[in-house]
Design a protein around this ligand. Sequence first.
Ligand SMILES: CCC/C=C/C(=O)SCCNC(=O)CCNC(=O)[C@H](O)C(C)(C)COP(=O)([O-])OP(=O)([O-])OC[C@H]1O[C@@H](n2cnc3c(N)ncnc32)[C@H](O)[C@@H]1OP(=O)([O-])[O-]
Ligand SMILES: Cc1cc2nc3c(=O)[nH]c(=O)nc-3n(C[C@H](O)[C@H](O)[C@H](O)COP(=O)(O)OP(=O)(O)OC[C@H]3O[C@@H](n4cnc5c(N)ncnc54)[C@H](O)[C@@H]3O)c2cc1C
Length: 672
Amino acid sequence: MKINKPKHDVNPDLAKERLKCNFNIEEVTNIIDGGKDKTVQRKKIEDIALNNGASLDEVPEECLSIKERYENAVRKSCVYGNLVRNEMLEITGIENFESPVLRRTADAFFKDISPFMLHLGMFVPTLIGQCTPEQTAEWLPKALDMQIIGAYAQTELGHGTFIRGLETTATYNPEKEEFVLHSPTITSYKWWAGGLGKTANHCVVMAQLYTQGKCHGTHLFIVKIRDLDTHMPLPGITVGEIGPRMGFSSADNGFLRFDHFRIPRENMLMKHAKVEKDGVYVKSAKHGKLTYGTMVFIRVTLVSEMSFNISKAATIAIRYSAVRRQTELRPNEPEPQILDYPTQQHKLFICIATAHAFQLTSCWLWNTFQAVLADMKKGNVDTLPELHALSSCLKAVSTSDALSHIEQCRFACGGHGYMLSSNLPFIYSFVAATRTYEGDYTVLLLQTARFLVKASEQAEAGKKLTQTVSYLNRTANADRLNWDNTHEGIIKSFQVIAAGKIGQCVKSIRDRTASGMDYEDAWLMTTVQLVGAAEAHCRAVLLNTYWSEMRKITEASSADVKKVMHQLAVLYLMYWALEKTGDLLKYSSVSKKDLDELQRRYEELLAELRPNAVGLVDAFDLRDEILHSSLGSYDGRVYERLIEEAHKSPLNDEPVNQSFHKYTKPLMLGKL
Ligand SMILES: CCC/C=C/C(=O)SCCNC(=O)CCNC(=O)[C@H](O)C(C)(C)COP(=O)([O-])OP(=O)([O-])OC[C@H]1O[C@@H](n2cnc3c(N)ncnc32)[C@H](O)[C@@H]1OP(=O)([O-])[O-]
Ligand SMILES: Cc1cc2nc3c(=O)[nH]c(=O)nc-3n(C[C@H](O)[C@H](O)[C@H](O)COP(=O)(O)OP(=O)(O)OC[C@H]3O[C@@H](n4cnc5c(N)ncnc54)[C@H](O)[C@@H]3O)c2cc1C
């Protein structure tokens, strides 16, 4: 397999690690990509994107001023967008404009984020999911060809979570056959939309629809906000950037205010509901929440995105840990590589396993999503609630886990992990936002909890449940599970924990309503438990899916690959069993002896995986251009790169900074 060709000699410790690897790396790469042909396709696309040097920055992004950083990001976005439009989509097929491969190559261009990200990321998917065929024909080709650049403006200053509380109004005027968009209050300013501040000339807007004097709730509209030639905001539009953030520094997240701004009737996205010329409102959707479709789509794709981000952080931290030596174990012996410390392995090997767990789960979730879309095309929306529950909890837990694992990777790199040149702080701040956007962690788990409480009540009534909650049929009335120290036993125990927690929530709500509370208050009082129950359900789904998909996908693999993939999945099961010891003690008959045995086995497994650690991250096959890391490059020239990066700091441009003469010297001389 053609991998990164190092320009320099590889660090000897890292070179030795590669010799220790006892499985076929290329085979694992193929598994991660979803097949050999997919690996070939990915490499071809990466070559197009990365081999012409267009992604390179003369000055590191982080050393630029806010304006320069944005302008540089737009420059690269245009080069990149042009490559996507003219060359890469030819390979993936235009229908795969959201392919993770394209997303992956984009990372070589931006340490932070492209201001165009939301154009293909949310604007285009909204057009695809919410337009009538006529509207699709009008807008989609222009958007895909980048003749128009769009953003997704839903969140307002006052409301992000509670969509029904959005205040922007779209009032229909039948005489002019127009909607009038208006922001009636300060809290109704649109706020946060990526690319909206300076880049986009169009956006999709969510607003409360009024026609014939009645409000019909939130609907989506496509709105041109800037002149296509001058890029000036149109009269009635106030638009700008919201100011510096923890991350997303080059994405010009924006604000937008409408002052009685008029758009044609045809600009309401009318796939699921429409307003006739005379103002009559007609709803065609069989489900009330289909306008939330883009969010479901993004939540589904975020699980794979989290896998990608953990794999980047793990690659950096593990390569660095193979190069870094610290602390004498015994007098006069060489300092060990920090990767030899079991505590370091405990921090890092779970990251490799989690990247695989999320990758396999994301493929399974994607297939579930496609099946639900196919059902909906036939007019059947029965499978949507389960998809919503599943995508909500998987989005919440995968982003939250990714964040804490990436933080562990940074800890694992000590002081150097704090350097922006390691790239870990960029990865961390990007992933930190994912826990909030597209639905906050707690809020989404509570959505899943709603579904679980209903499912539990149905199981109680003897109804057969759908696949992901079918364990409630088996375990609803189960007392404590007899602990079974097998892999399947661990998965089953997580299902019993989930069933037990859901059952306890139902009981708490019932007890509270029986004592006179109304249902809403009883639900509210139980929300801490409900979040815990939904998380437990999600863990059960993740463990079960990872285990069964791993076994399926490695059926035809070589013995060594099968073994190492199996070890990673077992590590994942054991890690979570040990993390959730309290729950296991509460809901199963597990004994102290069983848990001690599990701990011992976990520690042995870390040692068994140790020789393959570098091989396993090499199998993620992340090119240096994508990793952007002084600590994680393929050649392991960590110290040389740290020094090279330090020299790029603008503070090193001259030997003495002018502030010395202006301030410090007068202070020293008592002349200030
Ligand atoms: C790069 C960065 C990009 C970032 C972009 C962004 O962040 S963009 C901004 C991203 N912003 C966000 O992500 C905002 C997050 N907030 C939300 O998504 C919603 O406000 C909400 C879901 C929290 C509540 O919504 P609500 O008050 O309208 O609903 P409710 O709680 O009253 O439940 C009523 C029923 O509806 C059901 N149902 C709900 N959603 C869906 C769905 N999608 N599908 C199917 N069903 C759904 C629910 O299960 C329940 O069913 P039941 O039990 O009656 O059978
Ligand atoms: C980097 C970034 C990019 C974004 N991009 C976009 C974009 O392109 N387009 C767009 O429209 N939006 C975007 N957003 C907005 C994002 O979707 C919202 O910030 C997100 O949905 C959370 O909503 P909120 O900010 O109103 O948080 P809030 O809902 O105010 O949350 C604050 C706290 O209250 C808690 N809380 C809220 N409601 C409940 C409840 N019912 N029960 C229990 N606890 C609750 C939450 O758990 C949280 O701890 C972006 C946000 C970020 C950070």
